[in-house]
Design a protein around this ligand. Sequence first.
Ligand code: ASP
Length: 317
Amino acid sequence: MTSSSKPFALVIHGGAGVIERDQLSAADEQSIRDDLERALEAGHAILANGGNALDAVEAAVVALEESPRFNAGKGSVYNAEGRHELDASIMEGHTRRAGAVAGVETIRNPVKLARVVMEHSPHVMMISAGAEQFADTQPQIERVANDWFDTDTRRVQLELEQARERATKADADNLRGKYFGTVGAVALDAHGNLAAATSTGGMTNKRYGRVGDSPLIGAGTWADERCAVSGTGWGEFFIRNVVAHDIAARMAYRGDTLAVAADAVILQRVPELGGDGGAIAVDSDGNIAMPFSTSGMYRGWVRPDGTRGTAIFGEND
Ligand code: ASP
């Protein structure tokens, strides 16, 4: 930031979930932090040059989608049929424009298609075959075969989950810890505008066209003139709490600060119903919040004073 420009801020996440410190090797942790840094840099470069928040969150999320370490784009989890169905959404605060896609199978960067839905269609959300058909009309959207998203790590996760399900029938509905690594970004640009974006492969072993909160405007993603929010967690509970919008609504109707609003929803409302997860958020003054009720949440930030960092566990370790 130069002395004459207004402050900007950026926060990213690579998902909340059960992350055990002793099961994360130093090498893996370093690779994850490197990928978070790359995503921060992608968004930061845009904001530092006076670019807009929408471009910054898209660029940061694309960088995370390209990393096989997160559950979005390359590295997405497998559904019960051994395929990948991807969801994404994006929203701009001051215009309240939004775009989303769900259940897409051949879109290399679903967040890009979500933005194209927002900018080049009269709609907000498109799903599965229809979204693919729309993508056929948009040559700038890169397509890949579904197995391009394959990774050995996610295959093993699917096999373990299917074995667990066979062994413990009664517990099959308990999805705690089955999500992991959804990505998102929120930004305030030097023009004072806010934006948010989220992208995911959803939950391992999902069936029946299951869609979580990530592509749902208001649940997994929200931006208005006060704040921008991207969630990650047990999607069903994020939908039932309309998490991202509830954080914004608490600021608007109750006058809560961003931190109070985000903590109330993530640390009280979601757990009260039995869910868990986290969120990243930024307000129009550049305050940031990153609460989570899980053991960890991959995250990174650039504050208005230019300080930046990445963290996985506890207090911004
Ligand atoms: N919220 C995502 C979903 O339910 C998963 C995640 O955040 O990892 O699809």
